[in-house]
Design a protein around this ligand. Structure first.
Ligand code: ADP
Length: 457
């Protein structure tokens, strides 16, 4: 049973041995925008929606907890929860990965320490995207939080930690390597929390969860939640879970998820590959014996540019219509779009960039603009592919694709053409959830190794 706690919804999907969906349930969660640069979630809503979707999926399929071999948790990454270990209550709403309130703080740290300092230890850059500055903000701004944290009363977790702490009745305060690698506090080579970074951000080590393998039994759900105990056996951040779900098990295997944003990850095997081209290094997963690393690039506006054409520009009613419009013209007639609505992510990291359309002439039509928008998604990803080729020295002649916008045939073909790579769409859209199910299923011997997974598909 896969619990997929995403930015906009909590989903539970129950898979069979062939990776087929037995049951699926989903609950939306509320987005709070308390200020222009802030995005928050209610941690209790995250928990309640996740549990209720799991109960609904189980009852839809007529299953009891005895039928579930194990739970895999996958989650929106970096989102930060701080809670009181005695009362179990959060001291502040969850600060979501998109939240930019700590932008000034992060620029000051970068100016003081230099990019290389953070990259060397964590594989990341000092950006508000990652958890550390969000924790620091909570400790600095919530009354008594710093004192309580220093007295060992507060715990930090990304969403996986929060869910598992609650699901195990407070018995387990853990996170996995893939999530730890997103905090800006974890040394990805030494595989431990970094005391210098903890001191720099003013975060007591006692707040930090124990880091456990992505595939391995970490505990059981408390009595009373699902009418019996279920083993929690897999954890991974959503993009890493998608890499696993797409079976990118070998060094050099790469995927792009075409969602709201686009996320490209490439398996770099057991070595940390440090980017010289604006990508980040991260942990893909660990099976308890070895750690597998990845190179990652994120594009902030991917499928969202199609959403913008639909909802704001109102060129069409359904995102899928963009394909027909784009294919009805031979080219963009010289029109280019840069959808930097919220700045540019990798490899540029320019928080102040904004969107632009170039090359307009009197002949420019709606179809050209739509085609230019779809092409802009592929061009941004191509920048990531090129950076990955340069960093790794690998040709990247094929890659896997998933996510909502990967349904678009024009986009997939255009990507393949400009990137000179074979783009292979996953047979199933729910690869993120499937990846978490695989990680859990391996730990409880539902599948006997990666070969068994590949053979079972
Ligand atoms: P997320 O998980 O980030 O919410 P999804 O994987 O569900 O995103 O993908 C949704 C995004 O994909 C939306 O931004 C939507 O505009 C875009 N999208 C969905 N279908 C298509 C399509 N056929 N062509 C282009 N874009 C699409």
């Amino acid at each position: 049973m896969s619990m997929d706690q995403g930015t906009t919804s909590s989903r539970t999907i129950i898979f069979d041995r062939e990776g087929g969906i037995v049951a699926k349930a989903q609950k939306e969660i509320t987005q709070y925008y308390p200020a222009e640069d802030r995005v928050e979630h209610d941690p209790y809503e995250i928990l309640a929606s996740q549990i209720s979707s799991a109960k609904e999926a189980m009852s839809m399929a007529g299953l009891t907890c005895a039928d579930i071999c194990g739970i895999g948790v996958t989650n929106q990454r970096e989102t930060t929860v701080v809670w009181d270990s005695k009362t179990g209550d959060p001291v502040y709403p969850a600060i979501v990965w998109q939240d930019r309130r700590t932008a000034g703080y992060c620029s000051r740290l970068t100016a003081e320490k230099g990019d290389g300092y953070f990259r060397e230890k964590t594989g990341l850059i000092a950006d508000p995207y990652f958890s550390a500055s969000k924790i620091a903000w909570i400790l600095d701004n919530v009354p008594d939080a710093r004192e309580d944290a220093e007295a060992g009363k507060l715990l930090f977790g990304t969403v996986d930690s929060w869910l598992i702490w609650k699901l195990t009745g407070g018995a387990r305060h853990v996170t996995d390597y893939s999530n730890a690698a997103r905090t800006l506090l974890f040394d990805i080579a030494a595989l431990d929390w970094d005391s210098e970074l903890l001191a720099l951000f003013g975060i007591p080590k006692s707040m930090m969860p124990e880091v456990v393998p992505s595939s391995g039994i970490v505990g059981e759900t408390a009595e009373g939640i699902f009418g019996g105990r279920i083993k929690i056996a897999g954890i991974a951040g959503d993009q890493q879970a998608s890499l696993f779900g797409l079976c990118c098990f070998g060094e050099g295997d790469a995927k792009i998820t075409y969602g709201t944003g686009c996320f490209m990850l490439m398996n770099t095997g057991h070595r940390v590959l440090r980017s010289s081209g604006g990508l980040i290094s991260t942990i893909a997963w660990s099976d308890g014996k070895d750690v597998t690393y990845a190179l990652e690039g994120s594009v902030f506006i991917g499928g969202a540019v199609v959403q913008w054409l639909r909802d704001e520009v109102r060129f069409f009613d359904e995102a899928a219509e963009s394909e027909g419009f784009a294919e009805s013209v031979a080219d963009t007639n010289g029109v280019y779009m840069v959808p930097a609505f919220t700045g540019l992510g990798a490899p540029y990291w320019d928080a102040n960039a904004r969107g632009a359309v170039f090359g307009l002439t009197r002949g420019a039509r709606r179809e050209h603009l739509i085609r230019a928008a779809l092409e802009s998604i592929a061009y941004q990803n191509n920048d990531l592919i090129e950076a990955m080729r340069n960093d790794s020295g690998l040709p990247i002649s094929s890659l896997k694709a998933d996510g909502g916008a990967s349904e678009n045939n024009f986009l997939m073909q255009f990507q393949a053409d400009i990137s000179e790579a074979q783009v292979e769409r996953g047979r199933l859209v729910e690869t993120t959830a499937l990846g978490a199910a695989y990680l859990a299923g391996l730990a409880v011997s539902y599948w006997n190794g990666k070969d068994d997974i590949v053979a079972s598909r």
